[in-house]
Design a protein around this ligand. Structure first.
Ligand SMILES: NC(=O)c1ccc[n+]([C@@H]2O[C@H](COP(=O)([O-])OP(=O)(O)OC[C@H]3O[C@@H](n4cnc5c(N)ncnc54)[C@H](OP(=O)(O)O)[C@@H]3O)[C@@H](O)[C@H]2O)c1
Length: 151
């Protein structure tokens, strides 16, 4: 049976992806925070014959990421959909420290950690160094900030 992990499957695009992937030979590991909404996704997916597991964790904090990875376990997964995300749409100067930390946590730290650890579980190795990720990330942010700063 194939195992697919989809983060942010409680609503929106994540739920739609989960329902597209739902099939009798599939175990869907469905993540979210909203217990009721996640249960609704699971019920809809199970109607196709798919098996589901609910993984309820806050990905804005390291503890939540660690707990998600631990719950997924060492058995390799066949597909990882890093969908959980936050979009804070406001000028850079108005972003609060909490919004910054949550966005970096959910949009950057959580997906990179879950990719790295699932690759490890599948016996794959990373060829790039962490410093490359940081340099590329910062230069992209710098580029976007330059575009937003008006003379
Ligand atoms: N919609 C668009 O037009 C658009 C465009 C470009 C990119 N995207 C990206 O596509 C993805 C899905 O978009 P969407 O519109 O479906 O978003 P959405 O409806 O706002 O759903 C976001 C999902 O992420 C989860 N999530 C948010 N914060 C979390 C946290 N701290 N810990 C754990 N889970 C968290 C939510 O879980 P709970 O509700 O259970 O908390 C929810 O399942 C996002 O990454 C988004 O940035 C969307």
């Amino acid at each position: 049976m194939k195992r697919f992990l989809i983060t942010g499957a409680s609503r929106g695009i994540g739920r739609a992806i989960a329902l597209k992937l739902a099939a009798p030979d599939v175990m869907l590991l469905l993540h979210g925070r909203d217990i009721g909404a996640l249960a609704e996704t699971c019920r809809a997916a199970e109607r196709t014959g798919a098996k589901t597991a609910k993984l309820i964790h806050d990905l804005a904090i390291f503890r939540g990421i660690d707990d998600l990875v631990a719950e997924v376990g060492h058995e390799p997964i066949d597909l990882l959909v890093n969908n959980a995300g936050i979009a804070v749409v406001k000028p850079f100067a108005e972003i609060t420290r909490q919004e910054w930390e949550q966005t970096i946590g959910v949009n950057v730290t959580a997906p990179s950690n879950s990719m790295f650890r699932s690759a490890n579980a599948a016996g794959l190795e990373y060829r790039q160094y962490f410093v490359d990720c940081c340099e590329n990330g910062v230069s992209k942010l710098e580029h976007i900030l330059r575009q937003q700063i008006c003379p």
